[in-house]
Design a protein around this ligand. Structure first.
Ligand code: NAP
Length: 282
């Protein structure tokens, strides 16, 4: 690092485990960009100060993760289309003195589906578990990709109804969590957009999976969640959240640098980071 080096980072709380510094620092090194990426644990009541700090210190950009994705909107100067419609930001771009909020989870999910999983969703039925920020991004992406029918399964029906309003009328309907198993079992594409699975919970208790189904868990740690284990065991195709994590990071990289992301490097570092975590005492 020198006085001329740029910096970027991720704001989250808590930020005990994040792959973003490893992924982005590897991308900067691979492309010869003299920037460094750091993790900034920022408690919710200090988010405004942290964003002002990015501005004052001339950060090249930043990522925003839980629980700040919605709250950060009020501290920015403008929003891109996806960030505005979803009401959540995961990427901050600095343009001169202005800070612009983006949401690369939408493109990240779509690019993961098409580029990594090779899943064709047009005309298919989907069940989306959860009604938070990631679910909003998934719904927007699925609608843009021409999915025929979306069932939102969530514990808060009012929140799920608001989520369904993000896509054209009639495309999404709401199923209360308790009645979710049959909808999940029937859907061709299932996406878990809740944190269930991070601590060994089953995100879809009672749902029966089958061959031909495609199940995606946005949780990336642990790599094998109970949902993925059961789906794979039943012959369904199943993916964890690492691919989307890399794709949304790649989209952030392009927003900040204007360059094509070194995807292979970013994927390899992310995978290495997960494996290293697996070897640590939990
Ligand atoms: P969020 O905005 O907090 O939303 C979480 C959703 O899950 C909410 O609908 C919440 O319900 C629901 N939920 C939480 N605990 C639950 C429980 N015990 N039972 C039932 N529902 C529960 O979080 P997010 O940003 O959407 O993230 C969700 C997950 O996706 C996280 O695990 C995150 O790490 C992952 N994610 C992964 C990527 C990736 O690139 N792989 C990207 C984004 C997010 P309420 O609304 O009722 O609280």
């Amino acid at each position: 690092m020198s006085g001329a080096s740029g910096f970027a980072g991720v704001l989250g709380w808590p930020l005990e485990f994040t792959l973003s510094p490893a992924i982005h620092n590897a991308a900067f090194r691979a492309t010869g960009i003299d920037w460094n990426y750091m993790a900034f644990p920022v408690p919710p009541d200090r988010l405004g100060e942290a964003v002002a700090g990015l501005r004052a210190l001339g950060a090249m950009g930043a990522n925003v993760t839980m629980p700040h994705k919605s709250a950060v909107v009020g501290h920015l100067d403008d929003l891109s289309g996806d960030a505005r419609s979803i009401g959540a930001v995961n990427t901050i771009q600095r343009v001169g003195d202005r800070l612009i909020g983006h949401n690369t989870d939408v493109d990240g999910f779509a690019e993961f589906l098409i580029g990594d999983a090779g899943v064709e969703v047009a005309g298919r039925t989907a069940a989306v578990l959860g009604a938070g920020g990631a679910a909003r991004a998934v719904l927007r992406a699925l609608a843009a990709m021409g999915v025929a029918d979306i069932h939102v399964v969530a514990r808060d029906p009012a929140k799920a109804e608001r989520l369904a309003e993000l896509v054209p009328a009639g495309l999404a309907s709401v199923t209360p969590e308790g009645a979710g198993a049959s909808v999940i079992g029937a859907a061709e594409l299932v996406v878990n957009a809740t944190p269930l699975g991070m601590r060994g919970e089953d995100a879809a208790p009672g749902a029966v999976f089958r061959p031909g189904q495609c199940v995606i868990d946005l949780v990336y740690w642990p790599p094998q969640t109970p949902l993925l284990e059961r789906a794979r065991g039943a012959g369904a195709q199943a993916w964890g959240g690492l691919g989307m994590l890399v794709r949304q990071a790649a989209a952030s990289f392009t927003i900040w640098t204007g360059q094509d992301p070194p995807l292979e490097v970013m994927s390899a570092v992310a995978l290495h980071g997960l494996r290293a975590r697996g070897k640590q005492p939990q």
